[in-house]
Design a protein around this ligand. Structure first.
Ligand code: ADP
Ligand code: MG
Length: 680
């Protein structure tokens, strides 16, 4: 029988290679594919030349006048020129770096080309060759985020095939009465409307339903955890040793701030209480959350339990491991590190030590929740940058231990109502004070034509024995492009600063141990200037770095800019953040201005929420909010809230999800768990 949980391998032309490529996009099952929605649409309707505005993206149709000409304009760079007769006009169309398109343009053939119109030069920069309009080629196209192994066209064909085959077995997850009340499409129409709309308004309608669908399923998972809690009579009461804790705090090289002391007390009360701890710790970048987490982890160990710290990236795991190791080894606490790049041999010993309880505190990425990891007595877990983990991952971590107490940390403060809607009921602790003696970071904004001045400033700082981060722009649609940008900037920096200083490039496509090596070399000042994509964004602590130079800064969200800026100003020297940006709209200007005006993360976060237009900036990963595919928890807050309330109602009336209307949800929850566990 057909089921949406079938692997995409059932589709025509999907072999092992394509399976891997699809897997990279997060597509494994038919369901993944059908719910892999486009992120925008293009209107491909053919325009009359007279209607095309300068710099507008348009589709033009005409007849190829003569065979195309290909020329080179740099190493590996080509330009394909083809002249097109449109009515009585001849228009030059240019395609960059796509020489293989040549065969499509024989003289005399009719073609439709989508591209950017330059009215002054009377030319079109071609972006896409389209089939000439017909019934099978609608004029409205969905655009998907793809990688180099899966092309748009391939993806569209697969979605079409999957839809044709499976449209009659798409389960209806949202109960009918809810759909009726909120005028939502059924799943089949929603999927068709997202992928194959004929007009913008049809796409918009489908999107509204898709957003609710996404939020609803998220809330079902979130609240299912709470539901499971009701079967656990009591949480743990961790009787930690107060004296040992005091001794440990004594050994720290600094005094805790008042705010740190307050939140440590709040956390300790929770640990001791038999009620289940579910607490969110917020605090600005550099406010010292790590040490608070370390104290809490240590407390759990003195109570005779194991404790875990789960973080989103290997770089961060490695760094936390080193600092916790340093702090806690003198207290006779054994700390272990488990990540994706732990070797098989180390892993075997480590797993045995975790199971026997020889290791007290275990730090790692989501490797911590793999099947193979069996904890001895996990009583407490800290999740750093918790919004980077899915609700399912958080759930599995809890089920791994003895229903451990949970402390979630996030660098970006979010208002309480938003936190509760996005994460469920939790207590909040806030560190609202920075350690004494920090010199505020000076932030400036320059245009890209002033980059020379910025670089001469960088040179001065390097001469002063300081280190520098240069962050390269982010292009959401393709990792390849991100890398290309990063390589270009890296080349410029090498030219400017080598051999006087060492320059290195860090990006997401490096292997994890390569990334670690580079980060370590930077920490040890063997590298002075680190060119990086945003892989450095989270938590990295290199106190000798004093300059954060961010290219195309207007492409980043405020929360992320603030996080990046927080990578400097952690030592004794004064630090600087330089934003290089030519914003294209008022929002971009506002973001740059806010960054230069305040260094207070709470203010930045508030502004971020106010200014945030849906889908406006890339890289929202630091906003402190869970990442959704279609919905935006801020812009679509009302929908998120309704989803929360409706799910609450369902669990109140039917806690076991036994009603016929709710059984698809029950099945869905079971599948979610299985899907996850077969991974890794
Ligand atoms: P974040 O809250 O961004 O995770 P960290 O925990 O990384 O901040 O702390 C930032 C830096 O401040 C670290 O180098 C840490 O050792 C230092 N630090 C933490 N607490 C204090 C304190 N009370 N006094 C002085 N320095 C502190
Ligand atoms: Mg941190």
């Amino acid at each position: 029988m057909l089921s949406l949980t079938d692997s995409v391998a059932v589709l025509a032309g999907v072999g092992p290679k394509r399976l891997t490529a699809l897997d990279q996009l997060g597509i494994r099952t038919i369901s993944d594919l059908l719910y892999y929605f486009p992120f925008r649409y293009e209107d491909l309707k053919v325009k009359d030349l007279s209607e095309a505005a300068d710099q507008e993206k348009v589709t033009l149709k005409g007849t190829v006048v003569a065979d195309p000409v290909i020329s080179r304009w740099g190493p590996g760079k080509t330009r394909l020129n083809v002249r097109l007769l449109i009515e009585h006009d001849v228009v030059m169309v240019t395609f960059f770096n796509q020489p293989y398109l040549k065969d499509k343009f024989e003289a005399g053939v009719d073609v439709a080309i989508y591209g950017k119109w330059d009215a002054k030069r009377h030319t079109l920069t071609g972006m896409k060759v389209l089939a000439v309009q017909s019934a099978e080629n609608p004029s409205f196209a969905a655009i998907y985020s793809v990688n180099k192994s899966v092309r748009q066209g391939t993806l569209v064909k697969m979605i079409q095939e999957a839809f044709d085959l499976y449209q009659d077995v798409i389960p209806e997850l949202i109960p009918e009465d809810i759909r009726t009340r909120y005028k939502l499409m059924n799943e089949r129409d929603l999927i068709a409307g997202m992928h194959f709309p004929k007009t913008y308004s049809e796409a918009k309608q489908a999107r509204r339903s898709a957003i609710f669908h996404e939020f609803f399923l998220y809330q079902i998972q979130l609240q299912a955890i709470k539901q499971a809690d009701r079967h656990v009579a009591n949480g743990l009461a961790l009787q930690y040793q107060n004296e040992a804790l005091k001794d440990f705090i004594q050994t720290l090289p600094f005094d805790l701030t008042d705010a740190q002391k307050r939140v440590v007390n709040e956390i300790c009360l929770d640990l001791k209480s038999p009620a289940h701890m579910n607490r969110l710790l917020q605090g600005d970048v550099g406010s010292g959350k790590t040490i608070v987490a370390a104290i809490a982890l240590f407390a759990a160990v003195t109570a005779g339990y194991q404790a875990a710290l789960m973080v989103p990236t290997e770089i961060l795991a490695e760094q936390h491991y080193q600092s916790l190791q340093r702090l806690l080894a003198p207290m006779n606490v054994t700390v272990g590190l488990l990540t994706g790049s732990t070797t098989a041999k180390e892993r075997r010993t480590l797993l045995a030590d975790i199971e026997s309880g020889r290791i007290n505190i275990i730090i790692g990425t989501h490797a911590l929740i793999q099947d193979a990891v069996v904890y001895h007595k996990l009583g407490f877990a800290v999740i750093d940058e918790q919004h980077r983990f899915g609700v399912n991952q958080r759930r599995i971590l809890r089920e791994k231990g003895l229903q451990p107490d949970i402390l979630a940390m996030t660098a970006t403060p979010i208002p309480r109502t938003l936190a509760i809607t996005a994460y469920g009921e939790m207590d909040v602790s806030t560190i609202d004070e920075l350690p004494k003696g920090r010199i505020p970071i000076e932030t400036s904004w320059v245009r890209s034509n002033q980059v020379e001045q910025a670089l001469s400033f960088v040179r001065k700082q390097l001469a002063n024995d300081s280190q520098v981060f240069a962050i390269t722009p982010l292009i959401a649609e393709s990792e390849q492009m991100d890398l290309k940008n990063a390589e270009e900037i890296y080349a410029t920096m090498v030219e400017q600063f080598e051999p006087d200083y060492h320059v290195a490039l860090l990006h997401g496509q490096l292997k994890d141990d390569e990334k670690n090596q580079i980060m370590n070399a930077f920490s040890e000042n063997k590298i002075q200037l680190l060119v990086s994509t945003t892989v450095v964004e989270v938590g990295v602590d290199v106190p000798n770095a004093t300059v954060m130079l961010i290219f195309d800064a207007d492409r980043f969200g405020l929360a992320q800019l603030h996080q990046l800026r927080g990578r400097v100003g952690r030592g004794k020297k004064k630090a600087y953040c330089i934003l290089v940006a030519d914003p294209k709209n008022q929002q971009g200007v506002d973001r740059m201005t806010i960054m230069t005006e305040t260094t207070d993360g709470f203010v930045v976060a508030q502004k971020d929420l106010e200014l945030r237009g849906p889908g406006e900036v890339f890289g929202d990963r630091q906003s402190g909010l869970p990442v959704f595919k279609v919905g935006d928890p801020v812009a679509d807050f009302a929908s998120l809230q309704v989803a929360q309330q409706e799910v609450q109602k369902i669990f109140t009336l039917d806690p076991e999800l036994a009603a016929p209307d709710h059984t698809p949800l029950k099945t869905y929850l079971q599948q979610q768990k299985q899907n996850y566990l077969t991974l890794d």
